[in-house]
Write a protein that binds this ligand. Sequence first.
Ligand SMILES: Cc1ncc(COP(=O)(O)O)c(C=O)c1O
Length: 385
Amino acid sequence: MKLDRKLATLPLTKSNPKTLDSLFGNSDSMPMWVADMDFEIAKPIQNALIDRISNSGFGYEYKPKSFFQAKKNWYKRRYDIEIIKEQVLYSPSITATIAIAIENFTSEKDGIIIQPPVFMEFRSVIRKTKRRIIKNPLKLVNNHYEIDFVNLEELAKSESNKVLILCNPHNPVGRVWKEEELERIVTICKKYDILLISDEVHKDIILFENQFTSVLNYTKEWDKIVVCTSEAKSFNLCGISDSMAIIPNENIRNSIKNTFDKYNLGRTNALTRIALETAYSMGNEWLDQLITTIEANVLTIEKELANTKIKLIKPEGTYQVWLDFRAVFQDTKEMFSQITSKSGVALNAGHWFGREGALFMRMNIATSNEKVLKSIKSIIDAVAT
Ligand SMILES: Cc1ncc(COP(=O)(O)O)c(C=O)c1O
C-alpha cells in the first residue's frame, strides 16, 4: 500500500515531538503507538474530497439517502446484516455515545463492567461520569485471551452493576469474539438486565481465517444493546470521522437521541459526510489490500520473534499486535524505559490499558513491512542488550 508522503509534515498526535518527548523521553521516537495508519487514504476517497472542495461552497448539509445506503450495503455485503435506518443515530464520537448511554441509563456510583486490558477511554469515561469501574479481566490461556464467564456472571448478578462495555474486536489484544462467546454474553446480559454497549469500531480489520460477528445478530434474544462503530479505523479517517450508534430498542434510542438533540450533536460535516460515504461505497478493494498488508506484517513479526523470549499474541483482528515481555522483564518501568530508550520505537505500554496489561506492549503495524521489520528488530536488540 502507498505510504502517506506528507506524514512528517502533518500535525499528528502520534508524531508530535512534545508528546513523544513527554511520554517516551525522545522527540524523535519512531511512532508505532496511536491507532491510525501511515497509509494514504483510498484514491476514491481522496478524489471525492477534492471534488467536494472544488465544488462551490459549504452551506449546511444534510445526510442524503446515499449516506445511509452506503452503510447499509456495506453491512449487508461484508457481514450479512440488515441495518435499519430508524435504528441508526449519528454521533461525533464513539466515546461521546458511550458516555451518554452511561449517563442516561445508570446513576452515579453504579458499576460499569469492562474487560481489561482494554481501550483506556472506557476507564476514563466511567470515571468522568462518576460511575464505578468493575473489572472482569480477560484470561490468557495458552497464548489466547478468553472471557472469564464465571466471573462475568457473578458481576452481572450484582444489582448495582448495570452496563457491560464489550470491545469487539478487542483493542488491544486482537480477539474477534466468536458466536459462542457472544451468545454467552447476551445470555448473561438478558438474565441480569445488563445494558450491553458493544464497541465495534475495529470490525472491518479481520485477519486470517477469522470472521466478525456483531451483537446485532442477537437482538431477538436481547435488544438492550448499543452498537458503536465508525469508518475511522478502517480507512485512516480518524481526523475526519464521526461515528454511528445502532440502537434497536426504541426507548434506549429515543433517550440517547434526545441528548444528542439537546446538545445539537447531529450536525453534518460536509467533508466527513463525503469521506465516509465514499469509504463504504468504493473502499472495498482498498480495505482488502490493507488487510493483506497487515497480515503480512503480523507474519513478519511472528517470524522475527520465533527464537526470542518475546511472545506475540497473534491478532485475529485490528492492526495492533500485543507483545508479551513477561519472560524478559519483571518490572514494568524497567521494560518500558529499556525498550523505549534503546529501540527508539514508541509503543503503547500494556499497563496503559489497565494493570492487567503490565509487561505487555501494543505495537501499531499499519505501516510498511520495511518499517515493521526495522522496528521489531530494534525491539529485539533493545531487549537483548
Ligand atoms: C475500541 C475503540 N473505541 C473507540 C475508539 C475511538 O473512537 P472515537 O474517537 O470515535 O471516540 C478507539 C480508538 O482507538 C478504539 O480503539
